[in-house]
Design a protein around this ligand. Structure first.
Ligand code: GTP
Ligand code: SAM
Ligand code: SF4
Ligand code: SF4
Length: 329
């Protein structure tokens, strides 16, 4: 194995978030409130299967054991199942995950599972269909719920659900969410709203910290679980009376970035050292032939020297990220 990816702050990288498209069919108020619009007139060409195979192969050689396929909406790629199969086929990749809005899950999750998908995260911002529509711009609540049932049916032992915590919207619905996971093996994660470049007043109007939920959980017998080296940033709590778990993603908390274990590659083939970084490192020219792998690894390692110790969101600096669809969250 080539040298494990590590930065100058002694953080090791086991987890690659690979975006395969910027396109999305939803209009979430906090992400793409006006829907997806290409940045240039020309149709962008997103990473091909061969390029995906080369980039994940290089990461795997340097210690990456988990790849999350994300977007935009990754399942809108017509070759999505082949992408899963390609990533799953890389020696060393033990977890192949995706994050989806759930739109295509009911129909296709069995085939994703057969292709090698091991973990699935789906976004559900409210359990109230009307509020779901209000937040996502799409009337698809029932379809997404059917998708979650289909995932269990296909053999996933747990489904993770992402809920962006929004003041005066879903932040009042904790009892409903707790009730929902009582008998279901769902890890429900509340994500604090993050400010991005294109966001207007939404952040000031709707950002709310996850601290009060954490205090509630601790006061009511929930216990913090230990993490493994390729887990995401959620603090996960479990309770003996619940089949489900609660996760909290609180990026504004001190030391959130201390345990950063992940790198990102955009759908256009740029390495992003941080979700809120200033620029990407071009990789695509080194994804054209298998023989370029050593050069590719050297370029990623060079980029890692520049990785900052944390984001600068508290200073109002959101880096170059206009919205999370552009980099895959
Ligand atoms: N600020 C920040 N937010 C992150 C980071 N990683 C994940 N998130 C947030 O958490 C959201 C949910 O991430 P998911 O795509 O569901 O995956 P995950 O929680 O990283 O991974 P798992 O632990 O495998 O479920 C992302 O879309 C981001 O909003 C990170 O490195 N920095
Ligand atoms: C960018 S989406 C991509 C995958 C897929 N389209 C989905 O929605 O699950 C990944 C995650 O980022 C979250 N997200 C998007 N914008 C966000 C923001 N500004 N703050 C916090 N989370 C955000 C979404 O809720 C979703 O769970
Ligand atoms: S959060 Fe996901 S589903 Fe919603 S607009 Fe962004 S990319 Fe699309
Ligand atoms: S904000 Fe940047 S440094 Fe912090 S955990 Fe996320 S990717 Fe890592």
């Amino acid at each position: 194995m080539a040298k494990q990816f590590e930065d100058n702050h002694h953080r090791k990288f086991y987890y690659l978030r690979l975006s395969v498209t910027d396109v999305c069919n939803f209009k979430c108020t906090y992400c793409l409130p006006d829907g997806y619009h290409p940045q240039q007139k020309k149709k962008p060409s997103f990473l091909t299967l061969d390029e995906i195979q080369r980039v994940t192969g290089a990461f795997a050689e340097c210690g990456t054991s988990k790849v999350r396929i994300t977007g935009g909406e990754p399942s809108l790629r017509r070759d999505f199942t082949d992408i899963i199969r390609t990533v799953a086929g890389q020696p060393g990749i033990r977890k192949v995950a995706t994050t989806t809005n759930g739109y295509r899950m009911a129909k296709h999750v069995h085939q994703w599972r057969e292709a090698g998908l091991t973990h699935i995260n789906v976004s559900v911002d409210s359990l109230d269909p009307k509020m779901f529509y209000q937040i996502t711009g799409e009337n698809m609540f029932n379809q997404v719920m059917e998708g979650i049932d289909a995932a269990f049916d296909a053999g996933f032992e747990q489904v993770k659900v992402n809920t962006v915590l929004l003041k005066d919207l879903n932040s009042q619905q904790l009892p409903q969410f707790l009730d929902w996971i009582k008998t279901r093996p769902i890890q429900l994660r509340f994500i604090e709203l993050m400010q991005t470049g294109e966001m207007d007043d939404l952040f000031n109007n709707h950002h709310v910290s996850g601290v009060s939920i954490r205090n509630y959980l601790i006061a009511n017998g929930w216990v913090l679980k230990l993490k493994s080296n390729n887990d995401g940033p959620a603090q996960v709590f479990c309770h003996p009376d619940y089949k489900g778990e609660i996760g909290l993603i609180m990026p504004y908390e001190k030391d959130f970035c201390k345990s950063c274990n992940r790198l990102r590659v955009s759908a256009l083939g740029k390495l992003h050292l941080c979700l809120f970084g200033d620029h990407g490192v071009e990789l695509r020219d080194l994804l054209q032939q298998d023989e370029q792998r050593d050069e590719l690894i050297a370029r990623i390692q060079g980029g890692l020297e520049e990785k900052a110790v944390s984001h600068f969101l508290d200073e109002g600096n959101t880096g170059m990220t206009p919205n999370l669809a552009s980099i895959g969250g």
